[in-house]
Design a protein around this ligand. Structure first.
Ligand SMILES: [Zn+2]
Length: 263
């Protein structure tokens, strides 16, 4: 079995100019599957080519809530998302969601963009990658209203409380652990993760951001997802191998369009 980094940004530096070596370092650590995440429509050709050129790299389509103001109106956005998702290596929609911490785009525009991603996800039967910060209630409300209980996906880089965890689990969502879980001050978050069932866990780096301990402060990269998986094993009181097997099975179940050569 091998680990899958369920959320990285291979189009960001320093990884972008050194993708082969980056993936090689990950593979040496047993991290053999990668999902590189869209943040803007202008990135689609680049992400598609990264995925085409590398066997076990898949990509997603989406507009990050920070970029929502700069993107297309809803109808056109919907059209681009649904059309581009026909690419064989595009396996999900996101990252999308709501960010009221930075509010780089106005709230109503973020909501409209999120709603459009949810609609595309229902139409194409592909999962959502949800980013939510300081917007727990609105995020859950939109997933319920627009998703009609049918939308599936992952709460990426989960740093929320028990309420958000339980709501997401009730909706059938997966919860993804990032390097934050290893931070000294993340005691409460580790407590929240204790009660996420094994069959709903994913692991990610969000590279190049949020490198786990002992790499904190360095640019993050997929190889480092091992540290998060080890911490998760400690929190859940299971062997590291159990986390590897389980998170990979979970990923394959959620992102069922992704076909890995190493499976
Ligand atoms: Zn991200």
């Amino acid at each position: 079995m091998f680990l899958i980094d369920s959320h990285c940004h291979l189009d960001h530096e320093p990884m972008a100019s050194d993708i082969n070596a980056t993936l090689m370092r990950a593979k040496e650590k047993g991290v053999k599957g990668f999902l590189t995440i869209g943040t803007d429509l202008s990135k689609i050709p680049l992400l598609a080519s990264i995925a085409e050129n590398n066997d076990d790299v898949f990509a997603t389509l989406g507009v990050h809530p920070h970029e929502a103001e700069k993107t297309l109106p809803e109808k056109e956005l919907y059209k681009v998302l649904t059309q581009e998702s026909q690419h064989p290596k595009m396996v999900g929609f996101g990252e999308t969601g709501l960010d009221y911490y930075y509010t780089h785009s106005p709230v109503e525009i973020q909501k409209a963009s999120f709603k459009t991603h949810i609609e595309a996800s229902l139409e194409c039967d592909l999962p959502l990658i949800v980013h939510t910060r300081n917007a727990d209630e609105d995020t859950i409300a939109l997933l319920k209203e627009v998703g009609q209980g049918k939308a599936k996906g992952v709460m990426h880089c989960f740093s929320g409380n028990a309420w958000l965890r339980d709501q997401a689990l009730e909706l059938g969502f997966y919860i993804s652990a990032s390097g934050i879980l290893t931070f000294n001050k993340a005691e409460e978050l580790r407590e929240v993760f204790k009660h996420v069932p094994l069959e709903r866990l994913l692991v990610e780096t969000d590279a190049p951001f949020l490198a786990p301990i002992p790499y904190r402060g360095k640019p993050n990269e997929p190889a480092f997802v091992v540290e998060t998986a080890k911490k998760l094993a400690e929190i859940k009181g299971v062997e590291y191998d159990v986390i590897i097997t389980q998170t990979t099975q979970n990923f394959l179940k959620l992102f069922s369009k992704a076909r890995f050569s190493c499976v």
